[in-house]
Write a protein that binds this ligand. Structure first.
Ligand code: ADP
Length: 255
């Protein structure tokens, strides 16, 4: 594997008595496209939320780009990260959610430029220029002045992808980005993600129930069940010749 960009070491997450992630260990290489698949409730979304620091850890460590995500060095020891550290680490990661979460009272262009201007000190001119390039890439340049309420779900999701890219993250996380869409709108969003995967060297982690998309998109598949990785490997192995009974049973049900 290329230099690991993300490293999970003994990651555990509990909500009350429920162990959602159970001593997880895996790495994601720089530029790697990884798909997380598995039954509902197996902990896939929780991993993405933790990487975005929307949830904390119950145990273990995560390194992003060689640096601790939830801890920072103080002298010889590690202490819990402060807001400044978290802010700097979060800038490395962008996330696209199932429910687009666009700002409803801002036009498409402002949705894409707002965060770079407010959080990264980018000038409005530079932010607009970059936003128009990104909107062009996702096929939404013509809708730059439209309001989110005037867009279809697929269009909203493409704007949400452009918005996340505007912050120039090294890592993009995609959480079930097509599952709230009508079937006829799924393809246009998947096409944008294929384009991103092909044309950028960004590291991408994706939670999906679209098995054919995971197959075509990912370099590696992780199959989760009950907070553990049951099986991992290239799509050609996991989908064609799964080794574990739980993987076989899952794929039989969904494919
Ligand atoms: P998946 O993405 O694989 O469907 P999730 O990561 O969303 O699974 O959820 C894993 C488990 O954690 C589920 O049982 C879910 O109910 C539980 N869970 C997720 N978030 C919370 C929370 N904030 N409080 C309590 N339980 C949660």
């Amino acid at each position: 594997m290329a230099q690991p960009l993300i490293q999970l070491e003994h990651v555990t997450k509990r909500f009350g008595d429920l162990t959602v992630l159970d001593d997880l260990n895996f790495e994601v290489g720089a530029g790697e496209k990884l798909a997380l698949i598995g039954p509902s409730g197996s902990g896939k979304t929780t991993i993405l939320r933790i990487l975005m620091t929307l949830d904390d850890l119950s145990g273990g460590h995560i390194l992003v780009d060689g640096e601790q995500l939830f801890h920072m060095p103080r002298g010889e020891t590690l202490v819990p990260a402060d807001e400044k550290h978290l802010h700097r680490m979060r800038a490395k990661i962008g996330m696209v959610f199932q429910h687009f979460n666009l700002f409803p009272h801002k036009c498409v262009l402002d949705n894409v430029t707002l965060a770079p201007i407010l959080t990264q000190g980018v000038t409005p001119d530079a932010a607009n220029k970059r936003a128009m390039e990104l909107l062009d890439m996702v096929g939404m340049a013509e809708k730059a002045t439209a309001m989110p309420s005037q867009l279809s779900g697929g269009q909203k999701q493409r704007v949400a992808i452009a918005r996340a890219l505007a912050l120039q993250p090294k890592i993009m996380l995609f959480d079930e980005v097509t599952s709230a869409l009508d079937p006829e709108l799924v393809e246009e969003v998947l096409a944008v993600m294929h384009l991103l995967a092909r044309e950028t060297d960004m590291t991408m982690l994706l939670v999906t129930h679209e098995m054919s998309f995971a197959h075509d998109f990912a370099d590696r598949i992780l199959f989760f069940d009950r907070g553990k990785i049951v099986e991992s490997g290239p799509p050609s192995e996991i989908f064609v010749n799964p080794q574990e009974e739980r993987t076989k049973a899952f794929l039989k049900k969904v494919v």
